[in-house]
Design a protein around this ligand. Structure first.
Ligand code: SAM
Ligand code: SF4
Length: 326
C-alpha cells in the first residue's frame, strides 16, 4: 500500500472515460458552446487498462468509472469486463446519469459491479428538465427500478441547489423508507464550465442537515464507513440511509484516499488541484511501467493537505465536472 506525504493511503481511483454527456446539468456544464475533447485526446481503453494495472500494483484496489456519461462511450461494457480481470483490483463501481443504463443492469450484475451511483436531483419531471435541460426522467427512473429489482447496491446523488430542487428533499429522502439505498445530498461546487453560480453557497452541509432535521426531527446519526466523504443519517424505521457530502466545504480531506484520472489522461491528486501530471503525454512518449510508477509515486509524495491548499496553487476553478468525473 502506498501512503502520501500526509500519511493517507492511496487506494481509490476515479476514472473519467469520456467528457461527453447526453444531459446538460446546470451545475456541471453550460447549455451550449461546449468544446468536447477531440477523440485522439481521450485515453484509449487500452491506455486506461494499462494505467489501472500499474496503479493496482501500487495498492489501488477500487476503481469508480465516471465521466461525462460513461455509457455514451462505445465499447464501455467490454472495457468493464477487462477491468474486472485486473489483478489486485477488488472493487469496480460506476457513476451514471441513468439515461442509457436500464437495459445494461443485468450484465452489470453478471460482471459483479460493486455498486452504482445514480444521479437524480429531483423526482419531478419538469424540474428534472429544467436542471438537466433534457426530458429524460422516465429513463432514469427505469434505471433506478432495474437496479432495485436486481438488488444492486445503489447510492443516489442529488446536488442541492437554491431555487432548483429544495422542494425535492423530502421526496428524495422518502426513497429510503422502503429501499436499502443511500440518498446523498451534495453541496454544489463551482465546476460547471462557467464559474460560481452564486456569490456564496446557500446550501452548505450544515443547512442541508438543519433542513432534514426540521423535516424529520428523529433523524439519527449512523456510523460512517472508513474514508467516506458523506456523513450518514437514518430516519428511524427506514431501510436506507441519508448521506450529506460537504463537497465545497471540504470537511473530509484528512482521510482522502482517492486520485482521479480525467478523460484526457491528467492525474489529479485532489479534486481542487489543476492537474499534477500529464499521464497521456507520458504514455504516448513511450514510458514503460517503471517510469509510470515513478511518476505516480512522485505525485503521491506531493499531495496537497486539503482542497483549500490545492486551490491556492491554481487559477480559479471553472472547469466542467464532466471532464473531471466528480
Ligand atoms: N454523468 C454521470 C452522472 O451524472 O452521474 C457521471 C459524471 S458526473 C460529473 C458525477 C457526479 O458529479 C454526479 O453525481 C453529479 O451530480 C456530480 N456533479 C457534477 N457537477 C457538480 C457540481 N458542480 N457540484 C457538485 N456535484 C457535481
Ligand atoms: Fe452529464 Fe453527469 Fe455532468 Fe449531468 S452531472 S451534465 S449527467 S456529466
Amino acid at each position: 500500500m502506498i501512503y502520501d506525504n500526509h500519511n493517507r493511503p492511496i487506494t481509490y481511483l476515479r476514472l473519467a472515460v469520456t467528457d461527453r454527456c447526453n444531459l446538460r446539468c446546470f451545475y456541471c456544464m453550460p447549455e451550449e458552446g461546449i468544446n468536447y475533447l477531440p477523440k485522439q485526446h481521450l485515453l484509449t481503453y487500452e491506455e486506461m487498462e494499462r494505467l489501472v494495472r500499474v496503479l493496482a500494483r501500487l495498492g489501488v484496489s477500487k476503481v469508480r468509472i465516471t465521466g461525462g456519461e460513461p455509457f455514451v462511450r462505445n465499447g464501455l461494457m467490454d472495457f468493464l469486463w477487462r477491468l474486472k480481470a485486473v489483478e489486485g483490483l477488488h472493487e469496480l463501481h460506476i457513476t451514471t446519469n441513468g439515461v442509457l443504463t436500464a437495459p445494461l443492469v443485468p450484465e452489470l450484475v453478471r460482471m459483479g459491479i460493486g455498486s452504482v451511483n445514480l444521479s437524480i436531483d429531483t423526482l419531478d419531471r419538469e424540474r428534472f428538465r429544467t436542471i438537466t435541460r433534457r426530458d429524460e426522467l422516465p429513463a432514469v427512473r427505469r434505471t433506478l427500478d432495474a437496479l432495485l429489482e436486481h438488488r444492486v447496491p445503489v447510492k443516489l446523488n442529488a446536488v442541492v441547489m437554491e431555487g432548483k430542487n429544495i422542494e425535492d428533499l423530502p421526496a428524495l429522502a422518502e426513497l429510503t423508507r422502503h429501499h436499502p439505498v443511500e440518498v446523498r445530498f451534495i453541496e454544489e461546487m463551482p465546476f460547471n464550465g462557467e464559474g460560481s453560480h452564486y456569490p456564496v453557497l446557500h446550501w452548505t452541509h450544515q443547512r442541508i442537515l438543519e433542513e432534514l432535521q426540521s423535516l424529520y426531527p428523529g433523524l439519527e446519526k449512523v456510523a460512517d464507513a472508513p474514508f467516506s466523504t458523506s456523513t450518514h443519517y437514518r430516519i428511524p424505521g427506514y431501510e436506507g440511509t441519508i448521506g450529506i457530502i460537504a463537497a465545497f466545504t471540504r470537511t473530509f480531506c484528512g482521510t482522502c484516499n482517492r486520485i482521479r484520472l480525467t478523460a484526457q489522461g491528467t492525474l489529479k491528486t485532489c479534486l481542487y488541484d489543476n492537474g499534477v501530471l500529464d499521464v497521456r503525454a507520458l504514455l504516448r512518449s513511450g514510458a514503460d511501467d517503471a517510469e509510470l510508477t515513478a511518476a505516480f509515486l512522485k505525485a503521491f509524495a506531493h499531495r496537497p493537505k486539503n482542497g483549500f491548499e490545492a486551490e491556492r496553487h491554481r487559477s480559479p476553478v471553472t472547469e466542467s465536472m464532466s471532464t473531471i468525473g466528480g
